[in-house]
Design a protein around this ligand. Structure first.
Ligand code: SF4
Length: 457
């Protein structure tokens, strides 16, 4: 039995991708820390990106993220201006610096390789770091796998790492669970809600930590990301010439708040605002990934708009419930588009948002599980085919549609008594099977689907 904390599901990070931007940065930090421990001085470094990271690495800024990680930059404290300055300096001098290692050499041409020929051993998001001494001899080589949502494992752990314990998982909690049946059994036996199960677990993990404060920070980050996105206009970076649309949607809502389709338009505006920020490489909350970061905030903000103020503290229950569903999907399938297609990213986000919304609307644990299942079921089979390797088309709109589906799924579940044909666990199993059967061209390689037929400008 295991448990994944809400704070491992919702992480504050940077766009455009948790697996392709944050993951490489985190892996690079790990490699640099090991190198520093070994006392390396003036090493020459090389990075090789494989699989999906190689195919879409430029569009997702994986190459830059890995180099920035070697310089000690991390997603939590990332500052774009500083980072771009570092990139410029390294381009000119071929030298960077890490706080623990000191100066190092890296050639941004031959030393940062996007290798689409070599096959990753067991996961499409694999990258290798190598360090060479002054005599040219290899002193350290490490390969890492970015499994989604900003989680990274050493490649040597192998594909069965889930059979043991995935990153962030704990078993020293009162209510550990691995699937939704176990979670529902806990709720039935103890007579408490899914969010209370999560809260009991969080309390046992953070004996001195302030859980409410941590959850409120996540909520505030989500809401301020929506506000920042709504304040910006213009063309998104990357060369596809995608115009940001969130602000226009907000203006239309302000001008005519009682227009038909107000609910859908609000969900679209909120989700687009977040995902446009993500496309700018700005700060977002990984939920459960960055490509799918707009769904949960959109549905949360939509609920906050309508709920009386005295119910707003329930936002914490929303996040705890959503995280429980995200953890179950992550453990039993994946939340990575490179692993199982977009069904695993936007589908998972919609399931999480539907569960959170159903919970704060008074749903029973069975209705909450039903809401998550409906939302995930109707994303099954969705491919990941980002045009030009950018997290823009179809990603930005897809989050808006995912948010709409999440609310619809929750409404449908709340209209029933929680009994339903397809258990969430079966739906997750189906998603895993469908994803495993998908050709790799539909799994974040930009080699198929929309990416093949829309080549951009
Ligand atoms: S298509 Fe979906 S899974 Fe792929 S990058 Fe976009 S949001 Fe992520």
């Amino acid at each position: 039995m295991t448990y994944t904390s809400v704070f491992d599901i919702f992480k504050i990070g940077i766009g455009p991708s948790s697996s392709h931007t944050m993951g490489p940065m985190i892996a690079a930090n790990r490699f640099a820390a090991e190198l520093a421990e070994k006392g390396a001085r003036n090493p020459k470094l090389r990075i090789t990106l494989l699989g999906s990271l190689a195919y879409t690495g430029r569009g997702h800024a994986s190459d830059k993220a890995a180099v920035w990680g070697l310089c000690g930059l991390s997603p939590e404290s990332f500052d774009h201006l500083t980072a771009e300055g570092i990139w410029r300096d390294i381009s000119e001098s071929g030298r960077g610096a890490h706080p623990g290692i000191g100066p190092f050499e890296i050639d941004l041409g031959s030393g940062v390789v996007l290798d689409t020929i070599a096959k990753p051993r067991w996961h499409p998001n694999t990258l290798t770091f190598e360090a060479f001494g002054e005599d040219g001899a290899l002193t350290l080589s490490r390969s890492y796998v970015s499994i989604g949502g900003g989680s990274v494992v050493a490649e040597e752990e192998g594909p069965d790492f889930r059979d043991d314990r995935a990153p962030g998982e704990r078993d020293d909690v009162p209510f550990a669970f691995e699937n939704s049946k176990q979670l529902l059994d806990i709720c039935a036996a103890s007579g408490i809600s899914i969010s209370d199960v999560m809260l009991e677990n969080e309390t046992s993990l953070r004996r001195n930590g302030n859980i409410a404060e941590g959850l409120d920070r996540i909520c505030e980050e989500m809401l301020s990301c929506i506000s920042r996105g709504a304040s910006k206009t213009g063309v998104l970076p990357g060369g596809l010439q995608v115009r940001s649309r969130a602000q226009a949607l907000f203006r239309a809502l302000e001008l005519n708040p009682s227009a038909p389709f107000n609910a859908q338009d609000r969900l679209l505006a909120y989700a687009l605002a977040v995902n446009e920020e993500n496309a700018r490489g700005a700060r977002v909350v990984t939920a459960p990934t960055n490509g799918a970061a707009g769904v949960v905030p959109a549905v949360l903000r939509y609920w906050l708009d309508e709920a009386p103020t005295d119910q707003h503290p329930l936002r914490r229950s929303f996040l705890l419930t959503a995280a429980a569903i995200g953890a179950i999907i992550k453990r039993n399938a994946s939340v990575s588009g490179a692993d199982l297609g977009c069904q695993a990213e936007v589908g998972s986000a919609a399931a999480m948002a539907a569960a959170g919304y159903a919970a704060v609307c008074g749903g029973t644990p069975k209705q909450v599980e039903n809401a998550a299942e409906i939302a995930l079921e109707h994303h099954l089979g969705l491919a990941c085919d980002p045009v030009m390797g950018l997290v823009q088309v179809p990603c930005i709109e897809r989050n808006g549609l995912g948010a709409i589906k999440a609310v619809a799924a929750a409404r449908l579940a709340l209209s029933g008594d929680g009994d339903h044909i397809v258990p969430l666990d079966a739906c997750i199993e189906a998603m895993r099977n469908i994803g495993n059967d998908m050709h790799e061209r539909y799994k974040e390689t930009s080699q198929g689907g929309l990416a093949l037929f829309v080549t951009g400008c």
